[in-house]
Design a protein around this ligand. Structure first.
Ligand code: 13P
Ligand code: SF4
Length: 302
């Protein structure tokens, strides 16, 4: 009798499917994926794949982005309830009101947002290219940054550039506290502190390095230190430990667990390929508008 992993591999070949997984997915889901990475890497993979079907092991907005970039492919999200609370912190109606209050502002939209919000934005960004994207906009141009006030605030302070920030945030990253870091650092004084820009400013202020999930993996691989204090969703620890078996990683807190990311497991990946569920298809009119904002970001990110 074949194992679940063999069944997934077999069906993936039969259906000409590719499995993309975010760095926060369960370890065994990351391991079965053809590519595991951050939001930018995943959208680049989706844009370039020759597969007919993309099984997206991540959350809803990521599958939507794949659908926007590949309107003729079938995009499957193995659990339709895998949403992102931050993406749901801004509605189209609210964005339109804010835009009418700031009619000259360019809207920079973090990809952790719905397709409808992207369609109403000028350009997208991810945590790995936000600095570059904001810098590409002339200094005198007013910017409305949605929906993450933490990423927006981080970019704004690094570039010394005021922006209007939407009040959204990632509940998972906001459970990581500066006090946790101070305590861990006292126990492991040689450890480097590495955090995601979705963390709060007081957490970011304590970090040696701030980066997207793939940026965190790169820093831990390339830095000489033997110990790291990690401030992001705990799923990343699987990859960090696998890539650096000789190094030690401490999660700042195991409360930084995104229950939405963890909804997907191997069984659901198999069912997804068997029954072709759950199909994510962004309506053509919204996708056409959102694609402009995403493509501008991809063009600046090569
Ligand atoms: P990145 O992997 O792009 O850093 O994104 C983090 C995140 O919160 C995805 O939901
Ligand atoms: Fe959304 Fe935060 Fe979960 Fe990422 S980690 S999917 S931003 S809630």
């Amino acid at each position: 009798m074949s194992t679940i992993i063999e069944k997934i591999k077999d069906l993936k070949t039969k259906r000409n499917a590719v499995i993309l997984a975010h760095n926060y997915q369960r370890g065994d889901v990351q391991d079965i994926a053809d590519f595991a990475g951050d939001s930018l890497g995943l959208s680049q993979q989706a844009a370039n794949t020759k597969a007919d079907i993309i099984v997206f092991c991540g959350v809803h907005f990521m599958a939507e982005t794949a659908s926007i970039l590949c309107p003729n492919k079938m995009i499957l999200l193995p659990d339709e309830n895998a949403g992102c609370p931050m993406a749901n912190m801004i509605t189209l109606k609210e964005l339109k009101i804010k835009k009418s209050e700031h009619p000259n502002a360019k809207v920079v939209c973090y990809v952790n947002s719905t397709a409808a919000i992207k369609a109403e934005s000028d350009i997208c960004c991810t945590s790995s290219n936000a600095m570059k994207i904001v810098s590409s906009i002339p200094k005198e141009q007013e910017i409305l940054f949605v929906p993450d006030k933490s990423l927006g605030g981080y970019v704004s302070s690094k570039l010394n550039r005021p922006m209007i920030l939407w009040e959204g945030f990632c509940p998972t990253h906001h459970r990581i506290l500066a006090d946790h870091i101070i305590k861990l650092k006292a126990e492991h004084p040689n450890a480097k502190i590495v955090v995601h820009p979705e963390c709060t400013p007081d957490v970011i202020a304590l970090a040696d390095h701030v980066a997207s999930t793939t940026g965190i993996a790169k820093y831990c691989r390339e830095t000489d230190a033997g110990e790291f204090i990690i401030g992001t969703e705990t799923g990343i620890l699987h990859r960090l430990k696998k890539e650096n078996p000789q190094k030690v990683f401490y999660a700042i807190t195991y409360l930084a667990d995104c229950s939405n990311m963890k909804l997907i497991n191997l069984e659901k990946v198999l069912w997804s390929l068997e029954d072709l569920v759950y199909q994510i298809k962004v309506p053509d009119d919204i996708a056409a508008k959102a694609r402009i904002a995403i493509q501008k970001m991809l063009d600046l990110s090569q």
